[in-house]
Design a binder for this molecule. Structure first.
Ligand SMILES: Cc1cc2nc3c(=O)[nH]c(=O)nc-3n(C[C@H](O)[C@H](O)[C@H](O)COP(=O)(O)O)c2cc1C
Length: 382
């Protein structure tokens, strides 16, 4: 199927699956343990009903959204994804440039396969930086300084990895960073020649921001120890708040009281996220966690949601339940995997077209003026 016949993000996902060796596809597509949480992220969206309002002039649809005093052309951005160049060569820069062209935020991950400096350049003023707090304060401090110097003015600190997620697919695939060329991997590479040749031209991807530190790492566990710490607590968040002069977002909030605590610490916004179902197998889908959080802290914080957005209408569902803005991770990743730069653009166009159509159908022509109380969302009881 050609890219122009891909009608949905799921179509692009299937196309990406055909082009990418299993171990690399699973790295992005997989979730924690039995993947129920990941699946429910999307199915819970499908279950949320919005009742359309008619006899409203929807001849001009305005998808713009204001976040932190800045106007973006669409109410969604690209979530931070580590090691994305393993999925498709140069995926990081391809998506960063796309976000600039579309005037939406691009979040560079601490664990990206391209340096944060190069991603600041590629996203050209539309970049935000996502921080993982390391067990080694010097490592964290150096990343924050680099992010400041590179010109990022919004930082998003991720809090939902106190312990690394257990992803069964990665264990089965014996995933290692850098990749180990086992006989099974070599066999997979032979069956995906386009991916293999393109990857060969670009070189083996690594976690670029820590390239020097990770030279001595021999296992994925070593890598994770450098990146994250089980000892990241509220007092460290408070210190980070004092240190970072720009806007500070906390990513990975699922409990209303944690949202309130963030507001008390002077955090500017939160991302209601479960890391795309990659961390906690037993937690709630984010669209179900959102209403209580919005009720508790919606007037004190900017509320962003991610995890499971696959349709334009999902963005309206999130807005109706209290989000100001959303992020998507895999939707644009599947696009780039399905067809490089053109595939990423196709994913963007699908989301945009679906969003514009859904705004017209719902009777909410101006995103920034959509009032949740006009569109009471029905969330089925489980
Ligand atoms: C392959 C992969 C790598 C990710 N890496 C990071 C990361 O480095 N930092 C982070 O905060 N979140 C990371 N995430 C989570 C995303 O930022 C985002 O929360 C998630 O993808 C949203 O769910 P969705 O993919 O269903 O849209 C990653 C997600 C995926 C799929």
């Amino acid at each position: 199927m050609g890219l122009d016949r891909a009608a949905s993000i799921e179509d692009l996902r299937r196309r990406a699956k055909r082009r990418i060796p299993r171990f690399a596809f699973d790295l992005v597509d997989g979730g924690a343990e039995n993947e129920r949480n990941m699946q429910r992220n999307s199915s819970a969206f499908e279950d949320v009903e919005l009742t359309p309002r008619y006899l409203i002039d929807v001849s001009n649809i305005d998808t713009r959204a204001n976040i932190f005093g800045r106007q973006f052309d669409l109410p969604f951005g690209m979530a931070p994804i580590g090691m994305l160049n393993a999925f498709w060569p140069d995926a990081d820069v391809t998506i960063a440039r796309l976000c600039k062209r579309e005037n939406i935020p691009y979040v560079a991950s601490s664990a990206s396969s391209t340096t944060l400096e190069r991603l600041a350049e590629a996203s050209d003023g539309n970049g935000w930086f996502q921080l993982y707090v390391s067990g080694d304060d010097a490592v964290t401090d150096s990343l924050v300084t680099r992010a400041e110097t590179a010109g990022y003015d919004v930082m998003m600190v991720t809090v939902d990895v106190p312990a690394a997620g257990k992803r069964d697919r990665d264990i089965r695939n014996q995933l290692a960073v850098p990749f180990k060329f086992t006989p099974d991997v070599l066999l997979q590479l032979m069956t995906k020649p386009v991916w293999s040749l393109t990857s060969l031209m670009h070189g083996t991807p690594n976690i670029a921001n820590y390239a020097d530190l990770l030279k001595s790492a021999t296992s994925y566990a070593d890598v994770q120890k450098t990146l994250i710490t089980p000892g990241f607590t509220w007092d460290k968040l408070q210190a980070l708040r004092a240190r970072w002069k720009g806007k500070l977002l906390v990513k990975g909030i699922l409990h209303p009281e944690d949202a309130i605590k963030c507001a008390e610490l002077g955090i500017d916004g939160i991302v209601v996220s479960n890391h795309g179902g990659r961390q906690v197998a037993f937690g709630p889908p984010t669209i179900e966690a959102l209403p209580a959080i919005a009720k508790a802290a919606g007037d004190k914080l900017t509320i962003i949601l991610d995890s499971g957005i696959r349709r334009g209408a999902d963005i309206l569902r999130a807005k109706a339940l209290g989000a100001d803005f959303v992020f998507t991770g895999r939707a644009l990743a599947y696009g780039v995997g399905a067809g490089g730069k053109d595939g990423a653009q196709r994913a963007m166009d699908i989301l945009k077209l679906e969003l514009v159509r859904a705004m017209g159908q719902l009777g909410a022509p101006v995103f920034s003026e959509m009032n949740p109380s006009d569109f009471p969302a029905r969330v089925p009881a489980r």
